[in-house]
Design a protein around this ligand. Structure first.
Ligand code: NAD
Ligand code: ZN
Length: 363
């Protein structure tokens, strides 16, 4: 399956399918990835042991000079010091302006390698080979970044890839918890944009959770398509793109208070989506928004309740740090109905607090 992300002269295709890595050479040739200078594949140590060899082998066979760079798995690798080391290696290995940087991995590797590509020699070509379900979200839209000890994703850029090669066969090695957390963003895409897709997600939980090839391809295709629609209309987040933040205001606060090491991103936003759905109902929209959102999370084995050890005051404080909060009033992405997101401003912080307190007891 092929999908085009429409961004004028920065448009690019996403290819989704089983075994795509085996044809990597022809995709690269088709999309003008030069083999004159070395290319660099950046990945993490988990993905390296499972999938790097086949990528490198196919690239070598197609005449590319390949430099591998393996970072430790995890959010800590999205740092300026890792960036500096990678660029050191790139220089030593003779990469230049015509080189391409390849991200082989999940969102961590995608964000990091993307920022390398955006900054090395003021920007070189970039290719994404996502290996997580969550990466259907992070590989579309061109946001790339590393973290600062004081804030996540605060050093970054917009840098669109040349192509995205989504080989669904790589997903078979994902741990179960990562599968569920990745599907959380797919559920989000249905809820904010497409009631029919939402219904399909609800009906195909068993297939998606067991990584049925056909279901997975369809789900990832539609998830990418929704993200790419939104991003095409608002590349730099002036307005519409904010609907992608559904569940993320509460979710980000939970991740921060849990020190980014207890809740996966997809788990945190699952709780956040239940909260945002609750808020939608409180603001007068149909009850089914809440019941269906919550039912979806439960069906996919995602958490819906704020873990008991996370302090509500701290969660509120973390949320107040969020840039979307102004003078006691909050801007929040809610749903007017399933499939219809809306950015609502002027919500009182007291109401948000009530909702967060209720999320403690959700079941
Ligand atoms: P991740 O990249 O850390 O991957 C999750 C875990 O799965 C890691 O331990 C990884 O080593 C392992 N893994 C990856 N592929 C595997 C495979 N095929 N088989 C077995 N194990 C595999 O995390 P993620 O959930 O993919 O992404 C989270 C990151 O994405 C965060 O840093 C977040 O900020 C970023 N993100 C970015 C955007 C964006 O628009 N740029 C959007 C959403 C999230
Ligand atoms: Zn997200």
């Amino acid at each position: 399956k092929q999908l085009n992300v429409d961004l004028g002269d920065r448009s690019y295709p996403i290819y989704i399918g089983d075994g795509i890595i085996e044809q990597i050479g022809s995709y690269f040739a088709k999309h003008q990835i030069s083999s004159r200078s070395p290319i660099m594949v950046i990945t993490d140590d988990n993905v390296a042991s499972l999938h790097l060899k086949k990528v490198t082998t196919h690239l070598l066979e197609s005449g590319y000079k390949v430099v591998e760079y393996i970072v430790p798995a995890g959010e800590m690798s999205k740092s300026l010091s890792v960036l500096e080391q990678i660029i050191g290696k790139a220089l030593d290995a003779g990469l230049d302006r015509t080189s391409t940087i390849i991200a082989l991995g999940g969102g961590v590797v995608g964000d990091l390698a993307g920022f390398v590509a955006a900054s090395f020699m003021r920007g070189v070509k970039f290719v994404q080979i996502p290996t997580t379900i969550l990466a259907h979200d992070s590989s579309v839209g061109g946001k790339v970044a590393v973290n600062h000890p004081k804030a996540k994703n605060i050093i970054g850029a917009f840098h669109q890839p040349q192509i995205v090669l989504y080989d669904t066969s790589t997903l078979k090695t994902l741990p179960e918890r990562e599968i569920k957390a990745g599907l959380s963003e797919m559920i989000k895409h249905g809820l904010i944009w497409d009631a029919e897709f939402s219904k399909w997600i609800d009906e195909n939980a068993e297939k998606l959770l067991s990584l049925d090839a056909e279901a997975l391809e369809y789900g990832l295709y539609n998830g990418c398509k929704i993200k790419s629609h939104v991003v095409s209309e608002d590349e730099r987040e002036h307005g519409l793109r904010a609907i992608l933040n559904f569940g993320h205001t509460i979710g980000h606060a939970l991740e921060a208070v849990a020190h980014y090491n207890q809740l996966l991103h997809g788990e945190a936003i699952a709780i956040g989506m239940v909260g945002a759905a609750k808020l939608s109902v409180r603001l007068g929209y149909p009850e089914r928004i809440y019941t269906e959102t919550k039912a979806a999370m439960k069906k996919y084995g995602l958490p819906i309740q704020i873990p008991g050890h996370l302090d509500i005051d701290e969660i509120m404080k973390a949320m107040l740090h969020d840039k979307k909060f102004k003078e006691g009033k909050v801007v929040f992405t809610i749903l007017k109905d399933i499939g219809e997101a809306h950015i609502q401003s002027g919500i009182s912080i007291d109401l948000i607090r009530e909702i967060v307190e209720e999320l403690r007891w959700e079941e």
